[in-house]
Write a protein that binds this ligand. Structure first.
Ligand code: 1DF
Ligand code: MN
Length: 358
């Protein structure tokens, strides 16, 4: 018996959906060169990032079926991926460089790897224009170059936005030095997908010792924190049109909104922190108007419907999280959600077409 979780059984493929196309919006890929560079980092031990080390020494070093199958699938941008999409009933994958992308490297390495990866992804999208779409990888280590690469990706390569894998060597995008990236996204009118990463060294300790640093929980805590930092630091007062996409049912932020609003107001009024300034609006208003969320990895009707009820049915999108979570039965489960047909069509298809201009 294989230890690969819930592999798709090709003998029971998921057929086409009734009345909508299924567009999966947080799907990972990686070129062999990225993994060569990850291996170099692991061997040289120059990165002081326990999250990176534990994640990638597992995926690149473990003989387990899960690691080997993911490493094989994630590098394919051709027939194998399309066969898997067909077996699971996925019409389109929106592809992004896997986490942490180029964000583990020094700036020159990161800038050049982002370019090369984007060129390769664009080539794959050209070969399969009805099945693939892409997001531009950027290197926040060099914010000006990242802004330029986002522009090149969108204008010349046809990408639908940018992906940033959470913190960059422990730094968060609310730091104004990164704002050229937001300026470019706003000017190009494209979203930035903030995809999770493991918590940085400064916060990973208690997660790591309990095995909770990765996709099970640490990703969500860390990425939810990142998104909330953008809100409370006033990024959306500076960039009111900026649109951020979060995975994993909004990294749980929708669930927290009432308390965040209440406590944010109390904190501002009490002047408890020098760094906490009044905002033009309530935190919940930014989450409702500057964010989209996908259900990547959360094939669970209560959580999806809760997001729809908090953010509106126009702001919740389908994602699978291939190849990390590749389960045909999840697609069947989501098809069967108790939800008006037009809302289901928004979830699987129309919202993605609008947000990513597919
Ligand atoms: C995992 C999950 C790894 C996701 C990922 O990137 C990732 C995992 C390294 O299960 O280890 O993107 N995910 O988004 O849930
Ligand atoms: Mn993912």
């Amino acid at each position: 018996m294989s230890d690969t979780q819930n592999p798709v059984n090709p003998s029971t493929p998921v057929g086409p959906a009734k009345g909508y196309r299924r567009i999966a919006t947080e799907e990972a890929w990686a070129p062999p060169e990225l993994f060569r560079q990850y291996r170099k980092l692991l061997e040289s031990r120059v990165v002081d990032d326990p999250g990176f080390n534990t994640m990638w020494s597992f995926y690149l070093g473990s003989p387990s079926d899960r690691a080997r199958s993911i490493i094989e699938k994630i590098q394919d941008l051709g027939e194998q991926r399309i066969r898997d999409m067909d077996a699971a009933g996925i019409d389109v994958q929106l592809l992004m460089l896997t986490s942490p992308g180029v964000q583990a490297f020094d700036a020159p390495t990161a800038v050049s790897l982002a370019r090369d990866s984007n060129d390769q992804l664009a080539e794959a999208v050209r070969r399969h224009p009805t099945r693939y779409a892409g997001m531009a990888a950027v290197a926040p280590q060099d914010p000006q170059a990242a802004a330029k690469e986002l522009e090149r990706g969108v204008r010349q390569l046809g990408f639908k936005g940018g992906v940033i894998n959470d913190h960059t060597l422990g730094e968060y995008l609310d730091d104004p030095k990164f704002w050229p990236i937001f300026e470019a996204a706003e000017a190009l009118d494209v979203p930035i997908y903030i995809h999770p990463n493991t918590p940085p060294k400064s916060m990973i300790g208690p997660f790591l010792e309990s095995g909770l640093d990765g996709a099970i929980y640490g990703f969500a805590v860390e990425t939810g924190l990142h998104a909330l930092r953008l809100i409370v630091k006033g990024v959306f007062d500076r960039f009111p049109k900026l649109q951020i996409v979060l995975g994993h049912t909004g990294e749980a932020l929708p669930f927290w909104l009432y308390r965040i609003d209440y406590m944010h107001r109390a904190t501002v009024l009490s002047k408890r922190y020098e760094s906490v300034k009044p905002l033009r609006r309530k935190p919940s208003e930014y989450l409702r108007e500057n964010f989209y969320v996908t259900n990547s990895g959360v094939a669970w009707e209560p959580a999806i419907r809760f997001c729809q009820s908090v953010l509106g049915v126009d702001r919740v999108l389908y994602a699978m999280d291939y190849p990390y979570q590749f389960v045909a039965d999840e697609v069947r489960t989501l098809d069967a959600m108790d939800m008006p047909d037009e809302d289901k069509k928004k979830f699987f298809q129309l919202n993605a077409e609008r947000v990513f201009r597919l």
